[in-house]
Ligand binder design. Structure first.
Ligand code: PBG
Ligand code: ZN
Length: 326
């Protein structure tokens, strides 16, 4: 009789303690960044219909939300702002009393230790909804850089701990670094949306942040989902220009890119688990088609396993509660 020869992988899965001993990847609350939408007005806590559990807050309702985040031990938030008025150049983005600047001051005064990350872009503030200034239907690169630099400086002045430019103009990291340094903010790091694809998964965010482009799309500045080599070029140039963190966005359909960037560069990597990814899980869970908690945990663990150090996610508050359940 021939002897069967095979590996018994199940030995290391035989009990909870054994499985726990050989576990390779962990999700920690310290990894999480929670997005918050702030808007002008009073007594506002508007539910975002395509993102159950996510709201737009006015400054007077914002404290309760941030208190909760602090209480849960989430180390960082990223702010997106909805101004009262929009114009062609997005003045609200770089105004010292813009909504993001006011929210930042208010939060840092109440909670000096939470890390406030300011999203640096113009699309929520421009009447045409593009991430840079436009001439006709063209989104101008170099003319946008100066405004982005001014936006970053006014955010840093308000007390933002990290500047996170999401606009995808070429040279934005260099322009923002110079502007910050010249204004005396050489210690404020840049978390660059280095690898950002032109994705259909941003749909719900555009409702939440009221930042949909009014004509055309973002394909002349955001990346083609078909491309992988382009991600190396984008990461490389942002590193050369002085980025301190690299964001890869979206996360779920781009886990290969997270792994590529992890294998080739040393900067901390942030996976942006975007609005459409959140909406899909929420919708399926509300229908009773999937179990929300294990699906969310598996999804985020996958992003860490792919190589992310941090995850920017709308699930953050739930995840902390789930991590602390057992
Ligand atoms: C704006 C911005 C977008 C997101 C973050 N910053 C939308 C876009 O580029 O159109 C998407 C975030 C999400 O979907 O959760 N520059
Ligand atoms: Zn934008």
């Amino acid at each position: 009789m021939t002897e069967l020869n095979f590996r018994r992988h199940r030995r290391l899965r035989s009990s909870k303690a054994m499985r726990s001993m050989v576990k390779e990847t962990y999700l920690h609350k310290e990894d999480l960044i929670y997005p918050i939408f702030v808007m002008e007005g009073e007594n506002i806590k508007n539910p975002v219909s395509s993102m159950p559990g996510v709201f737009q807050f006015s400054l007077d309702t914002l404290n309760t939300e941030v208190d909760e985040v602090v209480e849960l031990g989430i180390p960082a938030i990223i702010l997106f702002g909805l101004p009262a008025e929009k114009d062609a150049v997005g003045t609200g983005a770089f105004h010292d009393h813009g909504i993001v600047q006011k929210a930042t001051r208010q939060i840092k005064e109440r909670h000096p230790d939470i890390i406030v990350i300011a999203d640096t872009c113009l699309c929520e503030f421009t009447d045409h909804g593009h991430c840079g200034v436009v001439e006709g239907e063209k989104v101008l690169n170099d003319a946008s850089l100066d405004l982005l630099g001014r936006t970053a400086v006014s955010q840093a002045k308000a007390g933002a701990d990290i500047i996170a430019p999401s606009n995808m103009m070429d040279g934005f990291v260099a322009a923002i670094r110079v502007a910050l340094d010249e204004a005396g903010f050489e210690d404020v790091p840049i978390m660059s949306y280095a690898v950002k694809y032109a994705s259909a998964y941003y749909g719900p965010f555009r409702e939440a942040a009221d930042g949909a482009p009014q004509f055309g799309d973002r394909k002349t500045y955001q990346m083609d989902p078909a491309n992988r080599m382009e991600a190396f070029r984008e990461a490389e140039s942002d590193i050369e220009e002085g980025a301190d963190f690299l964001i890869i966005k979206p996360a779920l359909s781009y886990l290969d890119i997270i792994r590529d960037v992890r294998n080739n560069y040393t900067l901390p990597i942030v996976a942006y688990n975007v609005s459409g990814e959140y909406a899909m899980i929420k919708a399926a869970a509300q229908n009773g088609w999937i179990e929300e908690k294990p699906v969310v945990m598996e999804t985020l663990l996958g992003m860490k396993r792919a190589g992310a150090d941090m995850i920017l996610t709308y699930h953050a508050k739930d995840v902390v509660r789930w991590l602390e359940e057992k």
